[in-house]
Design a protein around this ligand. Structure first.
Ligand code: XMP
Length: 561
């Protein structure tokens, strides 16, 4: 198909795709309105709502969630919504400004997502990033075209309008991160170019200090001054206040939980992990002993983990905790099982049975608390990025038993992991708990390759203890996303005290990551690796060899099973 024709088709479908909404011609009218030629219809946020929010309209960029994170780091509440979310829902959030994310589409593609009409009808400021900028250009009557070459990676941005509030507090030129093919050929009416790069004559554009477009990504670390631009947008342009703090969040949440639960009872499964601990503590602050925590020891925990968790919850925090040592049940269930997914399924199923039995003993319970975090929520509702194939069933042991009729209490639903940690600190949880590395629900069962037995669990616990001890002594614990030992099903020959040994192989895994979606193997110092290896072969019976896993994710995963 020739380019002219494909473009014509794309143009036509663009009109069709927006026909239920607002047509291009209408946007042009709106554009005139924005430029002051014609009044715009103003749709405002719900009056009286206390919390200000910046709304990120998601067009499917891999960085969309990162934008929301960056804004929250500025102490301004921010939510990510799909581009087809209805205005009624968004109005409830009390938006003070909109950010249009990047995305994989080209504005001329037939199914390219479009900017919803309320963005133009609302008087709040708008910042389009990459695709967001191109969509603004297209819908407001400008022209977007293929760039002469792809602009990917670092570029130097030259600021031509030093007076623009978006570019305040920046030097004349800065390094920015680009990732685009299309570029702005002609700006929409009444927009002016505020900055340029070698390949993008319009790398930043603005209109009356209300609508802005930027071609690069301010949210990524590769744009070192990106935070200044986002700061300018939320404070100078949108007029937001920096009042999204964990202290305020605690006060707000306590009121909400009290209101929701009333005089009812709630239960919560705790594991000792950050999320369930923070959720339990927050809810306990709100409703005290109306909350009962259930702690199921599945026999797959690390050394001293059960005792430590119980002590913190019962003694330090004074909570009602039902402790169930179900080790025998779980190990019986796992007998002879070697398949990783089968292990996960059996452990999850058994957990639900134990949990249900204990919950029944409590009589009428109306609420189940869960430590669901914002990335989980986004993943489950995302309209654009759900094409991934199942690699592993990451069921969360402690998740919702499917046939139980509780109402859910999910006070961390809108928090990122680092915010949940801040909240834990705010609530006075011990640092050790707040900064605990993630530990999978199926526990050591997925770190023992092959069948899980008591003997193997003891070996792995002893090795894992040494890894943790040495990593902590080296002050690397918080810098690593996870660091642990794996008991492989390989045996190899060794020599100890002139005798031949035939022992187990322990693998070490230490990774850095932001969200576990991707991970890099940690470049641990050789001396540290040597100490760990030396201690394991000397202190752990039946192990005579230690190896270090130097693969990243992808292509590997973090856990071995
Ligand atoms: P992978 O191995 O897929 O792990 O790279 C990514 C993150 O998820 C954790 N993980 C689990 N967590 N149940 C859990 O609750 C599971 O079955 C499970 N499998 C992996 C893993 O520890 C890492 O943090």
């Amino acid at each position: 198909m020739n380019t002219e024709k494909s473009r014509q088709i794309a143009d036509d479908s663009f009109r069709v795709s927006t026909s239920g909404d607002v047509e291009v011609s209408t946007y042009l009218e709106i554009a005139k309105g924005i430029s002051g030629e014609k009044p715009v219809k103003i749709v405002e946020a719900v009056p009286g709502a206390e919390r200000e929010a910046i709304i990120v309209i998601d067009f499917g960029s891999q960085y969309s969630l990162l934008i929301a994170r960056r804004i929250r780091e500025l102490n301004v509440y921010c939510e990510l919504v799909s581009h087809d979310t209805p205005w009624e829902k968004i109005a409830q959030l009390n938006p003070r400004g909109f950010i249009l994310s990047g995305g994989p589409a080209s504005v001329y593609e037939a199914c390219a997502p479009t900017i919803p009409s309320y963005i133009f009808e609302n008087s709040s400021p708008v910042l389009g990033i990459c695709y967001g900028m191109q969509a603004l250009t297209r819908q407001l009557g400008g022209e977007v075209a293929r760039g002469l070459k792809h602009e990917f990676g670092h570029a130097v941005l030259h600021i031509s309008s030093v007076d623009s509030p978006l570019l305040a507090n920046l030097p004349e030129s800065i390094t920015v991160w680009m990732s685009h093919s299309d570029r702005i050929e002609k700006m929409p009416p009444c927009f002016e170019s505020l900055a340029y790069t070698e390949n993008s004559p319009v790398a930043v554009m603005g209109n009356n200090n209300r609508i802005f477009g930027i071609q690069f990504h301010p949210e990524v670390v590769h744009t070192p001054q990106g935070k200044v631009i986002l700061e300018n947008f939320v404070y100078r342009i949108c007029g937001c206040h920096d009042n999204w703090t964990m202290g305020n969040f605690v006060l707000d949440s306590i009121e909400k939980i009290k209101e929701q639960v009333g005089t009812g009872k709630a239960i919560n499964a705790i594991s000792g992990g950050v999320d369930s601990s923070v959720v339990a503590t927050l809810i306990h602050r709100a409703i005290g002993n109306q909350l009962t925590c259930i702690f199921v020891n599945n026999g797959l925990l690390r050394r001293e983990e059960a005792e430590r968790t119980l002590n913190v919850f019962r003694l330090n925090l004074g909570m009602n905790v039902i402790y169930v040592n179900a080790t025998d049940r779980f190990l019986e269930c796992l007998k002879g099982v070697t398949d990783p997914e089968q292990k996960r399924k059996l452990i999850g199923g058994e957990f639900i049975k134990v949990f249900e039995e204990e919950a029944k003993k409590l009589g009428e319970v109306g609420f189940l608390a869960q430590g669901t975090l914002y990335p989980d929520v986004i993943e489950s509702i995302s309209s654009v990025s759900n094409a991934s194939v199942k690699i592993k069933t990451h069921h969360n042991v402690g998740g919702l038993p499917s046939n139980m009729t509780f109402k859910l209490l999910e006070p961390l639903r809108y928090l990122f992991k680092d915010e949940a940690r801040q909240l834990g600190m705010e609530l006075g949880l011990p640092e050790e708990m707040v900064w605990r590395q993630p530990f999978p629900g199926p526990g050591l069962a997925i770190r023992i390759i092959g069948e899980v037995t008591r003997e193997k669990l003891e070996i792995l616990r002893a090795a894992d203890w040494i890894v943790m001890d040495e990593i902590k002594k080296a002050k690397l614990y918080r810098h690593l996303w996870q660091s642990f030992a794996i008991l492989t099903d390989v045996k190899s020959v060794g020599v100890m005290g002139d005798y031949r040994t035939y022992g187990y192989l322990i693998a070490l895994r230490a990774v850095t990551s932001n969200d576990a979606m991707t991970a890099d193997w940690a470049r641990l110092p050789y001396d540290l690796l040597a100490r760990i290896s030396n201690r394991i072969v000397n202190e752990v019976a039946l192990v005579n060899r230690v190896v270090y896993d130097i693969t990243s994710k992808p292509p590997s995963t973090i856990e071995w099973e």
